[in-house]
Design a protein around this ligand. Sequence first.
Ligand SMILES: Nc1ncnc2c1ncn2[C@@H]1O[C@H](COP(=O)(O)OP(=O)(O)O)[C@@H](O)[C@H]1O
Ligand SMILES: [Mg+2]
Length: 327
Amino acid sequence: MTNPAIVANGLRKSYGDKVVLDGIDLSVPEGTIFSLLGPNGAGKTTAVKILSTLITADAGSGSLHVAGHDLTTEAQAARAAIGVTGQFSAVDGLITGEENMLLMADLHHLSKSEGKRVAAELLERFDLVEAAKKPASTYSGGMKRRLDIAMTLVGSPRIIFLDEPTTGLDPRSRHNMWGIIRELVTDGVTVFLTTQYLEEADELADRIAVLNDGRIAAEGTAEELKRIVPGGHVRLRFSDPAAYQNAVGSLSKATALDDDALSLQIPSDGSQRDLRAVLDQLDAAGIEADELTVHTPDLDDVFFALTDSTTATAGATVPAQPKETVR
Ligand SMILES: Nc1ncnc2c1ncn2[C@@H]1O[C@H](COP(=O)(O)OP(=O)(O)O)[C@@H](O)[C@H]1O
Ligand SMILES: [Mg+2]
């Protein structure tokens, strides 16, 4: 087993009497994408700033390690291993994209020729060659974000913090950015990604932590998180009307969805045990469906269940028929 790239124990941060992070625990394995998901003001940027050594955690925090280095005693070494793309662009609009890149190369003490080589390579990789000689202020939002990430990569960091990299981007630029993030990980880089978009965390992250009220409300894979929420179901579709009617009549928990489409659904958490029970019930009743699909709630359902304290405790107010995620 390799060491985790990022480990936080009991991470705390307050501003005055406002508690922003109230003891959060995180562990991010090397070469994975970890997503810290939370609404505006949840403390995502604060967590990124602390873990990337831009600000310090409160004294009452537990140990914090990044790239194997203790942040309280070896911040410098940790800093050498990471790259940060902040929520607000670090791009200087007055100079060109290329000049921004060369500036970063200087900051990383690359030689002039090495700096030029790295800048050219990254501008190419991020599809910015044509724009490279133009002032960055003329770039679109998506181009600025790409330049921002390209600048972050100049120092070849092993761990990259991306703070809301797609906020404000149009759908196409967002998909582009997703491609870029996936590519980073295939190169073995660890990505710590914050987002307000459930869809984005679902799309990209190996593990997701939901930040709410200064605490991690839930943590796991997208699939694990979806299973927390009731509302999953198995859907059965028939082509034979008689078989369909037979199923509606004999499955006590079944809800007829659509008589024309000959489909019905049965509540299920999607677990192996639950699916087996459903299949046993079908077998016992001699029912053979033409199609059986498992539908888990999507992350929106999870998010609302976890972050709205009234629904989290009541549980029953979570929508019984969540939206489908079509893959
Ligand atoms: N330097 C600061 N001084 C006082 N309050 C701050 C400071 N930085 C952040 N906060 C507060 O901490 C909370 C979390 O902020 P932030 O980490 O930026 O959230 P997010 O990135 O999830 O939107 C907010 O209520 C914000 O107002
Ligand atoms: Mg933020």
